[in-house]
Design a protein around this ligand. Sequence first.
Ligand code: DGI
Ligand code: FE
Ligand code: FE
Ligand code: FE
Length: 187
Amino acid sequence: MDRQEALEIVKEKLKPKRYEHTIRVMDTAVSLAKYYGVNEKKIELAAILHDYAKYRSPDEMRRWVIKEKLPQDILEYNDELLHGPVGSKMIEHELGVKDGLIQNAIYYHTTGKRNMTLFEKIIFIADYIEPGRQFPGVEAVREVVYKDIHEACYMAATNTILFLMEMEQPIYPDTFQLYNERYIKGG
Ligand code: DGI
Ligand code: FE
Ligand code: FE
Ligand code: FE
């Protein structure tokens, strides 16, 4: 699937604001891929498709979690967590995009996890720092990302954990694992 085809597909699946976010994630991710020597074309496709499942109903996403035998514990957390894992399966079954690198990056783009690949970290952090994001602390992450992308991902995890705690929301363990990576050898 090429860039143009993927853009046309997500334009139809996403709301205009989310489509614009997707374009900014794509530009951010491609720039990071160039800098860090990661396959630009693959990063571009992963970025375009990363929120593919964002507007599916929670009911539909829950059915996919069961049907695809995804970790059932995600059903107990915020519905926001479903669109990554479910999206990674939907792009294969609905669009024929069967590529482990791309699918894993989409799978983990919301929570992160321990020991992500550089490819996964680029999608995770591009989603977090794209120029439309305005939450407190994002500027500090933007300043670090071209010096140390691992540190930038740690900062994103920390900010998200603190934010979710403030909101009195549950936090999926993979996000803590990303946070811990900085302190525990081998993640
Ligand atoms: O889909 P996007 O809005 O572009 O971004 P995303 O996929 O990173 O979703 C971020 C939302 O997910 C954000 O509002 C926080 C929420 N969320 C809920 N539970 C968790 C979580 N984020 C993380 N990292 N970990 C959680 O456990
Ligand atoms: Fe997302
Ligand atoms: Fe994110
Ligand atoms: Fe996103």
